[in-house]
Structure formats: C-alpha cells, structure tokens
Design a protein around this ligand. Structure first.
Ligand code: ATP
Ligand code: MG
Length: 266
C-alpha cells in the first residue's frame, strides 16, 4: 500500500462562462517516508495537484488515496504550507504556531503547546518575533512562521507548495536543512510532496523529482544519491550534473514548445 496514491486524476475548472482542464489523467504513487519534489513551468498544475492531495479540492475524474483510503477532505494526517502566506492575521506569530499544534492534537497541556511553539519559532530563527502580528512582519518572515506552524504539527504527510519562494538565500538554506532533519533524518520519516521552482533545491531535498508539463507528469527522476552526502559534496557528484542537465533540458523543451519549436540560444 502506498502512503499517497494519485490514480488517473483529472480536474476541470468550470464557471458559468468557460471550462479549463488543469490536470489530465495524472497518476503518482508515493511511498511511506518518500520525499517527492514537483518541478515544472508556471501554470502547469503543481498547486492544483497538491491541493487535491490536501483535500482542499476534489478531482473531476480519478481518485486520491491516503493509506489506501479515499481522500474526502482535509485531515490531521496532512500538514500544508501554502504558496502564499496563510497566517491568521488576528493572531500573533506564536499563537499562529500554537494553533497548528492544537489542531494536530499533539498536546492538551497549554504549557507543552507553548513550549513547542517557542521551539519551532526558534528553529526558523524568529523567536524574537513571537508576539508580533503578521502585518508587523516581512513576507519572508510570515512564510517562515507558516513553515514553523506546519512543521510543528508533526504530521505523517507534509505538503509544501513553494514554501521557501519568498525567503532570502541564507534562510532558505537553513530551512532546507531543517526540513531534511525533520522529514528525512527522523526515525519515522515523513512522506513529503514539495513543490519548487529551484532545481538545486529539488536535487538536494528529493528522493524523486517529478517534472510536470501543463496538465501532466512528463518525467520522474530518482535522486537517491544525495542520501547521507553533505550539500557541498552533492554538487561535485557526476549524478548531480546529470540530473541538473536533464531538468534544464526539460525546461528548455517546454520553452521550445511554447515559442513554436525554435531552438533557444542564450
Ligand atoms: N480556481 C481556478 N479556476 C480556473 N482555473 C484555475 C483555477 N486555479 C488554477 N487555475 C488554472 O489552472 C492552471 C494550473 O494552476 P496552478 O496554480 O496549479 O499552477 P502552478 O503549476 O502551481 O503554477 P505556479 O508555478 O505559477 O505556482 C493555471 O492555468 C491556472 O490558471
Ligand atoms: Mg503554484
């Protein structure tokens, strides 16, 4: 049995005026503890796909199973970091994180909830901002609070939609390391679906990279070689160059398709 199984899923967005097919018969199977990165051009359907796994929307065709059971809505076994900041504006940074911990039913005791919220604010480097409201924080800081909230929930499945997109390079590297430590190096590894536009980030984090073209999955690439290798060594391996070149070519093929098949010279 797979942790997450996306089986022949299509999604047709409809309103009174027009229809748009966002996903066309997509299938993807994710093992327990596997870290899958989804990469692909803007508008190809990455956020749409991850929102279906989160149970925030439903396929018009096909099924999604978690632990063999059909997804019928959001659930406490899944934590989600959205592409756009999604904090409760009327709660402080710390209360936003505490809210997630309460939702996940990790602790009943207020002191334990407070301690865990403080621990995760520290992990994302924002302990000093615990009592600030979202409007008092920069976009990147708000996103780090949203990441702290989701990671603190300790769910079996993590769904992260370009979580580090608005974060500066230094904090981005720190958050990548934090994610690896919490999701890949912990005893009960989490199944992660992680959308990114950053090829190096995908290679560093993923066990498998799924490249999407509009509406579909185009190719899947195993990236197991990064296991237990330090970041600077990953960059020196021949496998890294091979995967990087393959992904670059997939993006160029997509650009070529859109501008009419002409070769792009930069
Ligand atoms: N609610 C909606 N109604 C109609 N069309 C939608 C809706 N949501 C998304 N779409 C369309 O579905 C397609 C896929 O959108 P999606 O947000 O999944 O792309 P994405 O791959 O996440 O892009 P990006 O990398 O820019 O975040 C786009 O063409 C978008 O316009
Ligand atoms: Mg998106």
């Amino acid at each position: 049995m797979y942790k997450v199984e996306i089986n022949n899923v299509s999604l047709l967005f409809k309103d009174s005026e027009k229809e748009f097919l966002a996903l066309d018969k997509v299938s993807l199977k994710i093992e327990e503890g596997e870290f899958v990165c989804i990469i692909g051009p803007s508008g190809c359907g990455k956020s749409t796909l991850i929102s279906l796994v989160a149970g925030l929307n439903f396929p018009t065709e096909g099924e999604i199973y978690i632990d063999g059971k059909t997804v019928t809505g959001a659930g406490t076994n899944r934590g989600m970091v959205f592409q756009h900041y999604s904090l409760f504006l009327w709660l402080t940074a710390k209360k936003n994180v505490s809210f997630g911990i309460k939702q996940a039913n990790l602790f009943k005791d207020k002191k334990q909830i407070d301690e865990r919220a403080a621990e995760f604010l520290e992990k994302v480097g924002l302990e000093e901002y615990a009592d600030k409201y979202p409007y008092q924080l920069s976009g990147g800081m708000q996103q780090r609070i949203a990441i702290a909230r989701t990671l603190a929930m300790d769910t079996e499945i993590l769904l992260m939609d370009e979580p580090f997109g608005a974060v500066d390079p230094k904090n981005r590297l720190a958050l990548q390391d934090l994610t690896v430590n919490l999701c890949k190096k912990c005893e009960d590894r989490k199944a992660v679906v992680f959308v990114t536009h950053d090829i190096d980030e995908a290679i560093f984090l993923a066990d498998r990279i799924v490249f999407m073209e509009p509406k579909k999955i185009k190719e899947q690439i195993k990236v197991g070689f990064t296991k237990n290798i330090a970041r600077d060594q990953v960059l020196r391996t021949p496998e890294y160059m091979e995967v990087r070149n393959r992904l670059m070519n997939l993006f160029y093929e997509d650009i070529g398709n859109r501008i009419g098949g002409e070769e792009v010279v930069i």
